[in-house]
Design a protein around this ligand. Structure first.
Ligand SMILES: CC[C@H](O)CC(=O)C(=O)O
Ligand SMILES: [Mn+2]
Length: 337
């Protein structure tokens, strides 16, 4: 049977959807249920990765160390994984994660900036971790450029390279083109991380597999930034139907979704007008809740903020620009009335 490795990121990307407010106890409960369901790799922590809890990205309910402790005690089999965006997280933060048994790090950089992850990948490899190079906002670069950046990650020692459709802006042919280019440039396993802003998360995962990806991300109930990620239980069901083995018990993730996740969610994980605007404009999915707050504060339409952020080609880390754009739109509005 063909095997697909699944990385569950409910407890990391899903944190964006709940303003990073899951408690360590809630994370521990969800992690233990994922573990029981046979999920092999569990990513967890602040939505913006380790060290992300801050004024700029939003304060989490608890400190990184409290999440590390709670989740590491709850999980028996699964491999624990953290996301590290160089500059937001540091190697010192990673060392703390390692004390709690974290075995995989996804070093996430903007799609044209893999070089800022070199020392983090090298450190991870030297210390026995699995190192995954994660190229964010991959729709913003051509397939050739994405392949060039994937090669850089490979040259630093990465075990896997990931193409992330952070804006949920890609259609299946965009995904195929990028995965195909990366597959022919590197000899590493290739992964894909989807967002559902255009309703294509599952379809894009299938396109990724067709082009040679063997690792996919999912989140229970789709919980994640923007319109969320590929919904884990749906992904498992579809992959089962297509004859792929994931090692995940479908009923157990369905029950986790219905009985545990649903009551915790601040809002349904749907493609509302603002999430759709993100996919349409190619803006960062994690800007969604920041844009809501800025829109309310300055009396403008959140969609206009998001469309403008896409037009300006803003990238992760530029959350402060959301306020600037909202103020600019409010001033424009005041001038026209
Ligand atoms: C802000 C980090 C981001 O959420 C990482 C990620 O999941 C993505 O780029 O989609
Ligand atoms: Mn994401």
């Amino acid at each position: 049977m063909k095997r697909i490795r699944i990385i569950d990121t409910t407890l990391r990307d899903g944190m964006h959807a709940v303003s990073h407010q899951l408690t360590p106890e809630q994370m521990a409960l969800i992690a233990s249920r994922l573990d029981e369901a046979g999920v092999g790799t569990i990513e967890f922590g602040h939505g913006d990765g380790i060290g992300g809890s801050s004024m700029q990205y939003g304060f989490a309910k608890a400190a990184d160390r409290e999440y590390f402790k709670a989740v590491s005690q709850a999980v028996k089999q699964a491999r624990l994984d953290v996301l590290l965006i160089p500059g937001i997280g540091t190697i010192e933060d990673l060392k703390v994660a390692m004390e709690y048994g974290v075995k995989t790090v996804r070093v996430a950089t903007h799609v044209t900036e893999a070089d800022v992850g070199e020392q983090h990948i090298a450190f991870a490899k030297k210390n026995g971790l699995e190192a995954i190079g994660f190229l964010m906002m991959s729709h913003m670069a051509s397939p050739e450029k994405v392949a060039e950046q994937a090669k850089l990650f490979e040259s630093y020692g990465a075990d896997v390279v990931y193409i992330a459709d952070s804006a949920g802006a890609m259609v299946p042919e965009d995904v195929k083109a990028r995965i195909t280019a990366v597959k022919s440039a590197v000899s590493l396993p290739v992964g894909f991380h989807a967002h559902n802003n255009l309703g294509l998360a599952i379809g894009n995962n299938l396109a990724a597999i067709e082009a040679g990806a063997t690792i996919l991300d999912g989140t229970v109930r789709g919980l994640g930034a923007g319109a969320g990620n590929a919904q884990l239980e749906v992904l498992v069901a579809v992959l089962n139907r297509m004859g792929y083995e994931t090692g995940i018990d479908l009923y157990k993730v369905m029950d986790l979704s219905e009985d545990v996740l649903a009551p915790l969610m601040q809002r349904p994980q749907i493609i509302n007008r603002e999430a759709l605007a993100i996919g349409y404009a190619g803006a960062y999915s994690s800007f969604l809740l920041h844009a809501y707050r800025a829109a309310e504060k300055f009396g403008v339409d959140a969609r206009d903020i998001l469309i403008e952020l896409g037009r300006l080609k803003t990238v992760g880390g530029q959350e402060d620009l959301i306020i600037d754009v909202a103020i600019e739109l409010a001033n424009k509005k005041a001038r026209t009335v």
